[in-house]
Design a protein around this ligand. Structure first.
Ligand SMILES: [Zn+2]
Length: 141
């Protein structure tokens, strides 16, 4: 199966890398300097990565944020991954999105996942009782 992140072209646009992961610009950027961090190994899900690979991804995240602050004058970031097809993961190779933000950005200027990840008409503030019930459900073994 063809994987765009295992494609050799990725090497040409790799900005930084370490033993387990690399950073490169997204070819479907939602903003200037939208970058992706991927493990070198073809692994779809975060939980399938080794602790070394997970640490390598966060190490690159820390470094690329500094680079984006210096080279792009980034003042903030949107950092996220989609896990599973149901959550919008379109490439079955783990990738962490890093989107630098600056004051006066065009495009998404008021980032709030509730505005576009969920159906706004379904969103309402939950009662404390409902929140406690969720807590109890998730604390069960
Ligand atoms: Zn791959």
């Amino acid at each position: 199966m063809l994987c765009p992140f295992c494609d050799s072209d990725i090497k040409d646009r790799t900005i930084i890398y370490n033993d387990y992961a690399r950073v490169f610009p997204s070819n479907r950027a939602i903003g200037p300097c939208h970058l992706l961090i991927t493990p070198l190994r073809h692994v779809a899900l975060w939980d399938a990565l080794t602790p070394e690979e997970q640490a390598a991804i966060f190490d690159l995240l820390k470094k690329i944020k500094l680079t984006l602050k210096e080279a792009y004058s980034a003042e903030g970031f949107n950092i996220a991954w989609n896990e599973g097809v149901v959550a919008g993961q379109s490439v079955p190779h783990f990738h962490l999105h890093v989107i630098p933000r600056r004051t006066g950005d065009t495009g998404i200027t008021e980032y709030d996942p509730r505005n576009f990840l969920y159906r706004p008409e379904k969103w309402k503030e939950l009662s404390n009782q409902t929140l406690v019930e969720i807590k109890q459900r998730l604390q069960k073994d």
